[in-house]
Design a protein around this ligand. Sequence first.
Ligand code: GDP
Length: 445
Amino acid sequence: MFDTLSDRLAATFKSLRGKGRLSEEDIDATCREIRIALLEADVALAAVRPFVAAVKERALGAEVSQALNPAQQVIKIVNEELIKILGGETRRLRFAKQPPTVIMLAGLQGAGKTTLAGKLGRWLKSNGHAPMLVAADLQRPNAVTQLQVVGERAGVPVYAPEPGNGVGDPVKVARDSIEYARAKQHDVVVIDTAGRLGIDEELMRQAADIRDAVGPQEILFVLDAMIGQDAVTTAQAFLDGVGFDGVVLTKLDGDARGGAALSVAQLTGRQVMFASNGEKLDDFDVFHPDRMASRILGMGDMLSLIEQAEKAFDAQQAEEMAKKLMGGDSFTLDDFLVQMEQIRKMGSLSKIMGMLPGMGEMKQQLNQVDDKEIDRVQAIIRSMTPQERRDPKILNGSRRARIARGSGVHVSAVNNLLERFTEAQKMMKSMGRGGIPGLPGMPGF
Ligand code: GDP
C-alpha cells in the first residue's frame, strides 16, 4: 500500500549517503522531499506540517553522533517521528473486569466491519477468549446472514434476531445480546453495527443509542484505508457523533496511497489498534506503529543496524582508538581484540557491511569472518603474552606452536590470523586519519 511513499523516502535518504556532515541546506532539501512524499501519499496536510517541522528541528539540532553517519541519523529521526504519528506505543484491547467485555464496531458501509467482526472473533478465540458476534446491523439486507457466514467460518457463535424479523430494533438486539453472552459465558462480545454510504445523522444516532445501551469497553472505528482524504473527515464525524476509542484500518492490501489513514491517529488522538489487509480471516493483525513505520521506510535491516550500532558503540574505546591512530601509535593485537568485541556486539558482520556505503571490498573480506571465527581469534590472541601482542614480529615458530596448543587450534590458524592482522595494520596506516565513515572505532574493518 505504501510503496510509492517508501520509494520516495528511500530516494531522499539515498541522496544523503556519503555526506560527512549535513548543512542546513541539505536538511532543508531533505525536509522538502519528505513533505512532498507524504503529501503525494495522501497524508493529511495537518499531519504533514508538524511532522516535517519536527524532523527539521531535530535534524538541525542533532548532536554529531559518533555512532551514526548523517544519513542514518536522519533515517532514525524520520523513523521515530513516523512511529509517533502512527500512535507511538502499540495499544492493546481493554478488557472489562466483569465479563463480558463489549467491543462495538462503527464505520461507513463497506468499510469492512462485518469482515472485521469475523477476524476479531477468530483472533480473540485464538488468544484464549470465548467471543460472540452480535448482528446489530439490521438495515442492510443480508447483513445478518453475512455475519452468520463469517462467524461460522471463524468458528465463533453469532447472536442474531430471529429470521423474518427483518426490521427489528438494533438497540434491543445489542442489549439482549449482553444478557445472552453472560448466560452463555462468552467473555467478549463484538457488536457489528449498521453503516451508511455516507455520514448521516440517523446513523450516528443509532450508533450512539447502541453505545448507551451496552456501555462498550472499546468502540472501534473501522476505516477503509482506500478512501483517501475522506478518511480524515469521516473519522472526525464519527468522533463527534459516536466517539471511539481506537481505529481499525482495513484494506491495507489495496494499491491506493493510503496515507490519509496514517494521519488518523494523530488527528483524532485515537490509536490504530488493528490492521486488516485482505478478505481472508487471517489477513489481520494487531497494529504496531514501530513495525508499520519500518515497513513504510522499507528499511527494517537498516533500522535494526542503527539500533545495534548505537547500543554497541563504546564512545570511550572509539576515542582511544582514534587517538592512537592520529598519534601514530601502532595498532596492536590487543586493539584487534577490542575491535572484534565491538563487531560481535553489532551482530552479523556481512549484513552490517552491506549497509555501509563504499565497503564492498572489505565486505568480501569480512564475509569470511563469522562468530566462531571471532571466538577462535580471541582464543589465539589471549594465548599470547602481552609482549607478543604488542610486537607480533617476535612470534617465531616455537612461539606460534605454543600459542596454537594454548588455544586449541592448528598452527596454520595462528599464521592466518597474523597475516590478517598485518593486513589490517597496513590498511589502517593507509587510511591515515580518515577512518571509515559510519563505523568509527573499527578502523581495521
Ligand atoms: P461493512 O459494510 O463495513 O460490514 O463491510 P464488509 O465487511 O461487508 O466489507 C466490504 C467489502 O470489503 C467486502 O467485499 C469485504 O470482503 C471487503 N474487505 C473487508 N476487509 C478487507 C480488507 O482488509 N482487504 C480487502 N481487499 N477487502 C476487504
